[in-house]
Design a protein around this ligand. Structure first.
Ligand SMILES: [Zn+2]
Length: 171
């Protein structure tokens, strides 16, 4: 099953919120939690939803006797910088608890690799068969032809598979 992308979800990033002065790091550390109402637009239709949630905070020590504030995921208790709300859920959880994929680029890259590996595997199989020194010439020719067929098929399908990357390829 393909995962929902992080970019498709509403996101709360703690340092962003502090930078924008929507949260105050000092008071977060003293209280440890905060009841909030989050108004977000979600999904393709951008329907608005309002979520009441208690956010929990924790901290790590920095090199210079300072403290860095983090969200605590309410489900796994891990310390995280960002919490997410997918369109199908009212839960404010970390990326892993929502099972979200990190970025569209990574997904494309995997699909890209899968594609080439598929052809590579087929060609390796043929190469193995060709290593057999007892093979008769007609059989050898047949195998070489199917090896070339695979190469041609990969070339034919190339534009289709490259479509999502077009924006990276043109300048
Ligand atoms: Zn979590």
């Amino acid at each position: 099953m393909s995962k929902l992308l992080v970019e498709r979800c509403a996101r709360l990033c703690i340092w962003e919120l502090i930078r924008e002065k929507k949260l105050d790091a000092k008071s977060l550390l003293s209280s440890g939690s905060l009841d909030v109402t989050i108004n977000i637009k979600v999904g393709i239709l951008e329907t608005e939803k309002s979520i009441r949630e208690t956010l929990y905070f924790t901290y790590s020590n920095t090199n210079f006797n300072g403290r860095r504030v983090w969200f605590k995921c309410p489900y796994c208790n891990r310390r995280v910088g960002c919490l997410y709300i997918p369109f199908y859920s009212d839960k404010v959880l970390c990326r892993q608890c929502h099972n979200l994929a990190y970025s569209s680029q990574n997904l494309h890259r995997n699909r890209f690799l899968d594609y080439f590996q598929k052809f590579e595997r087929k060609q390796k199989k043929i190469e193995k068969k060709l290593d057999n020194k007892w093979l008769r010439i007609p059989t050898k020719m047949k195998l070489i032809c199917s090896f070339l067929d695979i190469t041609n098929k990969a070339k034919e399908e190339m534009p289709k598979i490259l479509r999502p990357f077009r924006k990276y390829l043109t300048r």
